[in-house]
Design a protein around this ligand. Structure first.
Ligand SMILES: *[C@@H]1O[C@H](CO)[C@@H](O)[C@H](O)[C@H]1NC(C)=O
Ligand SMILES: *[C@@H]1O[C@H](CO)[C@@H](O)[C@H](O)[C@H]1NC(C)=O
Ligand SMILES: *[C@@H]1O[C@H](CO)[C@@H](O)[C@H](O)[C@H]1NC(C)=O
Ligand SMILES: *[C@@H]1O[C@H](CO)[C@@H](O)[C@H](O)[C@H]1NC(C)=O
Ligand SMILES: *[C@@H]1O[C@H](CO)[C@@H](O)[C@H](O)[C@H]1NC(C)=O
Length: 373
């Protein structure tokens, strides 16, 4: 019995959440990037913070930092602020020197292995002189300053995607050949924030959606969307894209998770349990996606005024961070879910989300977009 307890303790202590940093392989391409999106609890404001690093194709992680990038930087931090419908999105960005990034786990220890599943997340990403992002099992605290903007947050415990630690990918997360991974740590961590732009301060309470990606680079094309409705206590996150396993083999891939905590509704859709049909109209800022599984259908109707996709952001590709995506924080998304019963399919959920995040990337961009202008 004592022995068993000891083993359990060792397992718990050694495990880490997939939200924790991965080891970089000896040679690229490899990247890891974190993204947190805040939805204000009391108004239409929304904020984002993203940071990460790319080890480009053919570069070695042991070589000293290459601060000379041709066109794509290999590091990135971006802070995003939206005050809601009708206000322009504010974006500030920085490209720190790789030597100024220090990533540690469990209170300052070096990363010596990949995180596995289960157990809480516990790491810190420090980028001198810009700031830090610190996660413990009980808290997420961050502060970054770029171009006179300081964005800081103080959040408590995560609202986990699920208790398995697998995230949106489910058991697929263990497949070694996946070129890109997506993990959602928290669907809505409660806390507070401050956005201080040259002395003009806005602050408030918010829920933080916390996720990350890692792998060889972002897909050839994708849509991504996320929203949190506090009144309904419902939330979702999803990505619909085309994944290339090599230049020849490409295929559609979708990951979508829906939660309505008040109604105890929890559904996950992946390529192994469902398929989609999509009508994408990026030049109109909208799309309809239908997801079909054995027992459920989901209809997502997504739209945002096309002029709100006004800022181009960078996403990781094999050579570094490239301007390749547009995003809005003021999308309206309706989710209708039907379930198969004795009398056929009937609606079990019809939920509206205002102030949703909605993104188009690479091949899914409208040909006229702010990334090519
Ligand atoms: C998290 O909170 C628990 C009690 O709620 C405490 O025992 C533990 O030490 C805390 N962990 C960290 C890393 O702060
Ligand atoms: C975060 O909030 C907690 C509780 O209000 C407080 O004790 C702590 O000092 C805050 N931390 C930071 C870095 O603001
Ligand atoms: C906001 O930032 C300015 C510097 O730009 C600083 O002087 C001021 O104290 C900050 N305000 C708050 C509330 O943090
Ligand atoms: C929403 O549901 C989660 C999970 O059950 C719970 O922790 C949280 O307190 C709920 N939030 C509200 C605003 O009801
Ligand atoms: C949240 O859902 C309720 C109904 O379930 C709706 O009335 C409200 O407008 C929604 N709020 C947001 C911000 O999406």
């Amino acid at each position: 019995m004592y022995f068993l307890v000891l083993i359990l303790c060792v397992v718990v202590i050694n495990d880490a959440s997939q939200y924790d940093p991965h080891l970089y392989p000896p040679t690229g391409p490899f990247f890891e990037g974190w993204y947190t999106r805040l939805t204000d609890t009391d108004n239409d404001r929304s904020f984002g913070v993203l940071f990460g690093r790319v080890l480009p194709r053919n570069s070695q992680s042991t070589s000293t930092s290459t601060s000379t990038w041709d066109s794509n930087p290999t590091t990135y931090i971006s802070l995003v602020c939206s005050k809601g419908q009708g206000s322009p999105m504010v974006v500030v960005q920085a490209y720190p020197d790789e030597d100024d990034i220090e990533v540690t786990v469990r209170g300052g220890r070096p990363i010596n292995k990949d995180p596995s599943l289960q157990a809480p997340s516990y790491f810190e990403y420090v980028v001198r002189p810009y700031g830090f992002y610190n996660v413990t099992p009980n808290s997420t605290v961050f502060s970054f300053t770029i171009d006179g903007v300081t964005f800081a947050g103080n959040f408590t415990r995560p609202l986990l995607w699920d208790s398995t630690g697998q995230g949106p990918e489910g058991w697929l997360t263990d497949l070694p050949m996946l070129p890109i991974h997506w993990f959602v740590y928290s669907l809505g961590t409660p806390g507070s924030y401050t956005w201080n732009q040259s002395g003009r301060v806005i602050s408030g309470k918010a829920h933080a959606h916390q996720e990350k990606n890692w792998g060889q680079g972002f897909p050839a094309g994708w849509m991504w969307t996320q929203a949190y409705n506090r009144t309904a206590n419902a939330t979702f996150a999803g990505t619909f894209g085309v994944v290339s396993f090599n230049p020849v083999i490409r295929g559609p891939a979708h990951l979508f998770g829906y939660r309505n905590f008040a109604r105890n509704l929890r559904l996950d859709f992946r390529p192994d349990n469902s398929f989609t049909t999509q009508d994408r109209r990026p030049c109109e800022g909208k799309a309809t996606v239908n997801i079909y599984s054995l027992l459920h259908t989901v209809e997502l109707t997504m739209s945002a005024p096309v002029e709100t996709f006004q800022k181009c952001l960078r996403g990781p590709v094999e050579s570094g961070f490239q301007y390749n995506l547009v995003e809005t924080y003021v999308a309206t998304i309706r989710v209708v879910i039907k379930k198969l019963g004795f009398r056929g399919f009937s609606v079990i959920e019809d939920q509206i989300f205002y102030g949703a995040a909605y993104e188009f990337g690479r091949e899914y961009l409208c040909p006229q977009n702010p990334c090519t202008d």
